[in-house]
Design a protein around this ligand. Structure first.
Ligand SMILES: Nc1ncnc2c1ncn2[C@@H]1O[C@H](COP(=O)(O)OP(=O)(O)OP(=O)(O)O)[C@@H](O)[C@H]1O
Ligand SMILES: [Mg+2]
Length: 425
């Protein structure tokens, strides 16, 4: 209740400050009060109504601005200063994470991922720029305000960071004890959290008696103890085997849906991004080099690093019977064109998505009939980008140069992603 009142007060304070700012701007612009501004335009209401209009506009703006942005980084920079030399770990970074989404940040080792995520909760203080979480500017807060704001931001780590001398129960209870929550309330909350991460039976175990996956579940329960709106995950699955990784990702997806929790996932595994993220940013040498919906980044990677990441989960395996040594990029008599076709579910069009030919459209038979081209299917599979199914077909197009070119154009026009690999003999 105390916390709600605090938040309400902060919100109203912001609205009030905004209204004052807007009015000051109007005052400068029209050298008069808003009442006068409206009067001059023969709007029939009194001076007070002008003030109310300003106040209303301020509130509307505030409401819209908060709409659904949960995290906003504006020109955030981080330089580590040392005698050995300064390291610019983060260069002017701008990111906006929407409420309730799972946002991935992928990059190679040393790219600046941990620095970036630690700037979000100010474990690292940026050397430049501003950080906003849930509409509050963290970069302008004092220590006490930060401690309070951090209750809204949970964090999980690659090596779990559990307290070895405390049981599972005590680890999860720890942040609540620090907040000064009464014992019975802590007991209820911890039981609830352990139930959520399916570790009720292990409450009295010590971290050393748990598997990696179980330790991370404890980490997740502890991170969620104070009911945060944001969960930051720094390589939380990197120390786990593929099976356990899947189960932890599934748990994070469930929590994201159930609690409308905003999650930022730092990772160097494209598999993680593909499995649970809605949008992704690629970081390299402290710079965001590419950003967009997972669909867009996955199907149309622009930068070399991004292409390499996509390859790790979507590499086209050309069967050994194909003589790739003689492959050419131009047609030669008697050659076949090797292409990889990607079909996406056309149902859920979103940012950056083209309307795509779904599995219901007989593309292959249409190409055969329309252009007299033979299609030899070499391999095919169905995969998922989060919940969105997509299929890939590796085929050879056999025919004359013109018919092959027309077939490729036809497939592209139908919304199929066509990756031309080359002509083989
Ligand atoms: N406390 C520090 N003092 C000095 N330099 C640092 C510090 N922390 C990180 N760096 C440097 O900043 C750069 C980015 O490091 P960061 O830990 O953010 O990378 P990362 O992408 O998380 O890498 P990894 O995948 O290996 O965890 C690196 O060059 C690193 O050496
Ligand atoms: Mg790191």
């Amino acid at each position: 209740m105390k916390c709600c009142r605090g938040r309400l007060f902060t919100r109203w304070r912001r609205v009030f400050l905004f209204a004052v700012t807007v009015h000051a701007a109007w005052f400068r612009q029209w050298e008069g009060k808003p009442g006068r501004f409206f009067r001059e335009r023969q709007v029939c209401f009194g001076e007070r109504t002008g003030w109310r209009a300003v106040f209303g506009a301020g509130m509307l703006h505030e409401w819209r601005r908060e709409g659904n942005t949960m995290i906003k980084l504006v020109d955030v920079e981080k330089t580590y200063y040392s005698k050995a030399g300064d390291i610019e770990a983060l260069k002017k970074t701008n990111i906006e994470v929407r409420e309730g989404e799972i946002f991935g940040i992928i990059g190679l080792s040393g790219a600046g991922k941990s620095t970036l995520i630690r700037c979000i909760n100010m474990l690292e203080v940026p050397t430049g720029g501003k950080v906003f979480v849930d509409g509050e500017e963290l970069t302008s807060m004092n220590e006490a305000q930060l401690r309070k704001a951090r209750q809204n931001i949970g964090m999980i780590f690659q090596h779990f960071n559990l307290l070895a001398s405390r049981t599972v129960y005590d680890n999860v209870a720890f942040p609540l004890e620090i907040q000064g929550m009464p014992r019975e309330q802590i007991s209820r909350r911890v039981a609830e959290l352990l139930d959520m991460v399916q570790l009720k039976e292990r409450a009295d175990y010590y971290p050393s008696q748990l598997s990696g996956g179980q330790k991370q579940r404890v980490g997740i329960a502890r991170a969620l103890a104070s009911n945060p709106k944001v969960l930051l995950s720094d390589e939380a699955t990197s120390a786990l085997d593929p099976q356990t990784t899947k189960s932890i990702l599934q748990l994070l997806r469930d929590i994201n849906k159930r609690l409308n929790l905003t999650i930022v996932m730092i990772t160097h595994q494209m598999e993680v991004v593909k499995e649970i993220c809605d949008r992704v940013a690629v970081i390299e040498n402290g710079l965001i080099i590419e950003e967009g919906s997972v669909y867009k980044v996955f199907t149309e990677p622009q930068k070399e690093t991004t292409k390499e990441f996509v390859k790790t989960v979507n590499d086209i395996k050309i069967p050994p019977i194909i003589d790739t040594a003689s492959m050419k990029q131009a047609y030669f008599p008697g050659s076949r064109l090797l292409v990889n076709l990607t079909f996406l579910d056309s149902g859920d069009a979103e940012e950056g998505k083209e309307k795509s030919a779904g599995a219901d459209q007989p593309l292959v038979s249409a190409i055969i009939k329309k252009f007299g081209v033979d299609v030899n299917i070499l391999s095919g599979k169905v995969d998922y980008l989060k919940d969105m199914p997509y299929g890939t077909l590796l085929v050879e197009l056999i025919g004359d140069e013109k018919s092959i070119a027309e077939s490729v154009r036809y497939a592209k026009d139908a919304g199929v992603k066509v990756e031309v690999i080359g002509y083989v003999g």
